[in-house]
Design a protein around this ligand. Sequence first.
Ligand code: ZN
Ligand code: ZN
Length: 76
Amino acid sequence: MLLIFIVAAIFLSLILFDEDNNNKKDVRCPNCNSKVGENDIFCAVCKSRLMVNCKSCGKIVDARWSYCPYCSKSLK
Ligand SMILES: [Zn+2]
Ligand SMILES: [Zn+2]
């Protein structure tokens, strides 16, 4: 009986751990390496820009990207 309980506990913790991993996207500021939100425009710690507007199509894109995924123009 105890064994079943232990197996169930391990199985449950595995599921929870997996979910944790999926939810925890490790997005970090390229400037100060602080944890930032996935959709944050500015870093809350150093205020450096995480998102920029594409100069060609105006869509908001990640500041680290080299090319706009919407219009394929260079962002640099
Ligand atoms: Zn920062
Ligand atoms: Zn664009």
